[in-house]
Design a protein around this ligand. Sequence first.
Ligand SMILES: Cc1cc2nc3c(=O)[nH]c(=O)nc-3n(C[C@H](O)[C@H](O)[C@H](O)COP(=O)(O)OP(=O)(O)OC[C@H]3O[C@@H](n4cnc5c(N)ncnc54)[C@H](O)[C@@H]3O)c2cc1C
Length: 588
Amino acid sequence: MTNEPKTPSEGKPAATRSTVARIRNRPTAQVLVIGGGINGIATFRDLALQGVDVVLVERGDYGSGASAASSHMIHGGVRYLENGEFRLVRESVQERNGLLRIAPHYVKPLRTTIPIFSTFSGILSAPLRFVTHKSGTPKERGALLIKIGLTAYDSFSRDGGAVPRHRFLGRKKSLAEMPDLDHNLKYTATYYDASVHEPERLALDVLKDGLAVGDNARAANYLEAAGATAEGIVLRDKVTGEEFSLAADVVVNASGPWTDVTNEEMGFDSTYMGGTKGSHIVLDNPQLLKALDGRELFFENNDGRIVLIYPLKGRILVGTTDLEADIREPAVCTEDEVDYFFDLISQVLPKIVVDRSQIVYRYSGIRPLPRHEDTQPGFVSRDYRIVDGTIAGVPLLSLVGGKWTTFRALSEHLTNEALAKLGKARTVSTVGLAIGGGKDFPQTPAARTSWIEAHTAGLDAGMVDRLLTRYGTRAAEVINTLADQASVPLKSDPEFTAAEISYFAEYEHAVHLIDVVLRRTNIAFIGSVTSELLAELSTLLGAELGWTPAEREQEIADTLTVLHDMHGVTVSARATSPASSKTVAAGK
Ligand SMILES: Cc1cc2nc3c(=O)[nH]c(=O)nc-3n(C[C@H](O)[C@H](O)[C@H](O)COP(=O)(O)OP(=O)(O)OC[C@H]3O[C@@H](n4cnc5c(N)ncnc54)[C@H](O)[C@@H]3O)c2cc1C
């Protein structure tokens, strides 16, 4: 079960899906990567760069699994220190600093403030947590424990000072900076992590880098690994229903929280996974936006969970929960979770009133965590491992775990393991290698202005500026397609041009309308979906993808269902509105 339970046009007559045709016409590969989340995609890119003949298959859209459900943080995970996961924290901080350099178009520094209400608590329980991750309700982390953690964190960051060091402020100064914080606080600690603004677009950028290597790299979305026979792995086209086998020398199972399910479908029993569910809401609340002063609030809720509130794309992201979940059920954000989020806002910003009418989007996903028996969800290891097996007579590498933050390092490890199975040596390193539109991305206002001036090509400078934000320096590619076609802004959303929608179909493998609404753009995330926009997008996409009028209507209907059932939004003529109108004030 994916987070989008329906594959709308499954079973329709075979259309020419060039991505699938490239794989079906040559059904062999050195490595087959199953799963087009960030970890499968990054491994695909790394293998492609080594000259390996690699195929990636994703049964839904790229980046639609756990990778679409994150808190958007690229972080060292200061709190994993108390789990004793020093290796992971060190690697995460290095990768965070690395991503700020190689993907500066999407990964930005994030100022993070921890409001602290006590001085000492948590100190005694912390050393115990280094030893056991099992039972026991966590106590509130006091100022001293946070100070120790952040000092250790700073020490991991000493590789070129990608972000400034932390600082502590007393109550008076803290409230001078953020007057809406609860006046009972004692201190605030402020440090820097990073945030990925467009995770789905970053995943596509990594994919496109892999595909650009050459014919040795092939990938298709809506293509599922559905079984295994003596001929190889059975692949099922989710658009046409057609099946064929692909013979690979090595199979990499990177299907995230579904790793055991995929293994089982291929006839290999495994019990590696024990994912937990986490949800988020996105609020449109100008008062809250102002109170946050551009920073993330990262703190301990009254149940001991670490939660966050932070401004993103003019909205506020609030998360997250950590609940035991069944991977075979779709993950949705429940009303109880919404109550939990409103309550946590009231813990730190008691004067700010929030209600359900301000929720423009909600989402939920399952973390690909290892099986964890009686360890509490919040304390399950966030580190990853690669497990050996055999499938259809060839080596199988199953990935267990892996965060957004560490995708480059993880894919390096997974690639090294696959190369070892093939008896090949690494020839290219991905350390410091710019990703997609992060290459030569202008990072100062002056450099940005020159880039825009050099690329206007008769277009409005404001439009070029928006394209640079959306695609990084790959905007130059998009501008080339604009020059060929009418660069007319959409009537229902002038932020986008008609040519960009065609670009999504032609260069970014968009197959369904929902792919554009959720993952090629952030239209749904910020609550800008209207019925007019869906009609306009489906007409443009349908022209590229050869939809009949009935298929176009079906695409709209399926999109409305996913938006409503999975993201809690109903679409009206004007703007996205919350599915539930129940109102709850978060103020104490
Ligand atoms: C609530 C939440 C908050 C998080 N916050 C953060 C954060 O702030 N920072 C951070 O670094 N990380 C965060 N994470 C973790 C991070 O999002 C995930 O660990 C990461 O995205 C996993 O990527 P993946 O590629 O391994 O898995 P996925 O993204 O799940 O990709 C696996 C893919 O495999 C596909 N698949 C499954 N079965 C098959 C099959 N049979 N054939 C073909 N394809 C198949 C699925 O459709 C899916 O797209 C968070 C996760 C959650 C759920």
